[in-house]
Design a protein around this ligand. Structure first.
Ligand SMILES: Nc1nc2c(ncn2[C@@H]2O[C@H](COP(=O)(O)OP(=O)(O)OP(=O)(O)O)[C@@H](O)[C@H]2O)c(=O)[nH]1
Ligand SMILES: O=C(O)[C@H](O)COP(=O)(O)O
Length: 215
């Protein structure tokens, strides 16, 4: 592991696959949404581990199905305190602060096709003391949030969270850098996200996805 990655804790909040991707309910049946949730999550873990086998990753979840996926990847599982996404992310950031990581990187588990080179660029970016780096989503959301130190700011995931995170960062006296990264622009929230941009990522994992969706 590089010196830089040793000081970084990656946090991924994850719902149980049976409860996730509800906004795709108009297009996909429940079983397919659950299979898609698992496939996207595995895809992100795979790229992160390709980047660095020893990268410290912790997943905040109350799902046994998600914990089972974490096991072979040697990824830590943290209890979800309940209360929603921002409370889950805060639990992850508190864990990182408690364990004296100098930075935390929050990633969602539903990125459409996170590229090795984009995550590599994000993790290689200088992490100044008291700083935040945001990789925005195409819809005003936040697809990566790199915070130094981990407990420096309030989380504001939800609609237009990129702007909300900038406001919270500035309010906390942190410098804030926007780092748009092409493959981190897209997560899979709505039926419109199931089009071409998902194809490249899912084509790669399609074997697994097809098997899970029908199995
Ligand atoms: N641990 C935890 N993770 C959450 C929670 N809410 C959302 N997440 C995760 O946060 C990431 C982004 O969530 P969303 O974009 O809202 O995705 P989603 O909840 O699967 O989709 P919808 O049900 O359509 O809102 C995904 O990895 C979710 O699994 C929560 O309450 N607890
Ligand atoms: O980016 C965010 O803040 C979260 O993913 C929630 O936003 P969404 O509703 O666009 O997924």
């Amino acid at each position: 592991m590089s010196e830089t990655n040793a000081s970084l804790c990656v946090i991924i909040p994850m719902k149980d696959p049976g409860e996730a991707k509800t906004r795709l309910g108009d297009t996909l049946p429940a079983k397919t949404r659950a299979a898609l949730t698992r496939t996207l999550f595995r895809q992100t873990l795979r790229v992160l581990k390709m980047l660095d086998q020893d990268l410290h990753i912790a997943v905040v979840t109350n799902s046994q199905a998600i914990a089972a996926i974490c096991l072979p990847f040697r990824v830590q599982v943290l209890d979800d305190p309940g209360g929603g996404l921002n409370d889950a992310v805060k639990a992850g950031a508190d864990y990182a602060a408690h364990h004296r990581f100098s930075s935390v990187c929050i990633l969602p588990g539903d990125l459409a096709d996170p590229a090795f080179e984009d995550l590599s660029a994000l993790f290689a970016a200088p992490r100044e003391a008291n700083s935040v780096t945001i990789a925005p989503a195409h819809d005003g959301g936040t697809n990566a949030l790199l915070v130094t130190p981990p407990d420096a700011m309030l989380f504001a995931y939800g609609p237009d969270s990129c702007a909300a995170h900038q406001i919270n960062a500035e309010g906390a006296g942190l410098s804030c850098l926007l780092m748009p990264l092409p493959s981190l622009l897209y997560d899979v929230d709505r039926s419109s996200d199931l089009g071409a941009r998902l194809t490249r990522g899912l084509d790669r994992s399609l074997g697994a996805f097809g098997k899970e969706a029908s199995g």
